[in-house]
Write a protein that binds this ligand. Sequence first.
Ligand SMILES: Nc1ncnc2c1ncn2[C@@H]1O[C@H](COP(=O)(O)OP(=O)(O)O)[C@@H](O)[C@H]1O
Ligand SMILES: [Mg+2]
Length: 302
Amino acid sequence: MITVESVSKSFGGRPAVDDISFQANDAEILVLLGTSGCGKTTTLKMINRLIEADSGNILIDGKNIRDRKPEELRMGIGFVMQNSGLFPHYTVRENIATVPRLLKWDRKKTEDRTEELLSKLHLSTHLLSRFPNELSGGQQQRVGIARALISNPPVLLMDEPFGALDNITKAGIHAEFKSLEELKNKTTVLVTHDVQEAFELGHRICLMDKGKIIQTGTLKEMLYRPENDFVRDFFAANRLLLEYKVTVVKDVLPFLLGFEMDFPEDSSIWTVIQKLSADQVNTAPYEQMVQAFNRYRKLQAV
Ligand SMILES: Nc1ncnc2c1ncn2[C@@H]1O[C@H](COP(=O)(O)OP(=O)(O)O)[C@@H](O)[C@H]1O
Ligand SMILES: [Mg+2]
């Protein structure tokens, strides 16, 4: 769906993005992960031509974005900016209607779609006449997401969309975000510096450092098949928790012989042991599950 081929960008002679290549597949959430200044935002903005690449090619649906008018290209791409990026002097209603105005939708169509999105994003219609500075951080981010989704674009680019939120709010919004039906068929490139967020939301991760992509892979590949010490070290601090989260019941079934359990095969071990740990009388299922998980991870060890 999105193909980035050998793309570079320098600012004043200093490379910000250095010969990177990756693909984001149909209906997948690809995460660009890395510390501040590694080139994530620059990469994202080259995909909708807010920044022009110096060299290399970016294709969307097989078409080179250089052959398209930037305004027209951006109509097909929802963009959620860092720190919500709402226009401060526009109300919530006007912010959400940015793209419909450009597309010359009639009032009824815009209103209906706005209401539909507000309800999906759990925002009250009371907020429509407020200005961004009259909203909480979480509300601002939701409005930013509504604005990006309104015309149902096939591609969504999100730059640290939950960056300004505290951890409790973040966990809630992550859960909602993952269950949003609106996202199911979109190709999403999500930028974050937050390892846990990357694992929570991403299908695959591109780990970046100093303008380069160090490794691209599934969540499990990043943990169990790191290509070098940089990748290994990057996840070291969160490693055990991440392993609990990416390992699912199906993975540990071979080590659970004779163990009766009614969790779906795609439940994460993290979810399962949280539930099992609630039973403080019969602790055997919990212990067996942890043991099976440990056997599994020993076999993956790197
Ligand atoms: N408009 C710009 N002018 C000059 N340098 C820039 C500009 N935008 C980004 N940079 C530099 O490029 C590098 C990558 O920036 P950026 O893509 O914003 O990183 P990230 O989003 O990963 O924090 C940084 O060193 C940053 O200072
Ligand atoms: Mg950035």
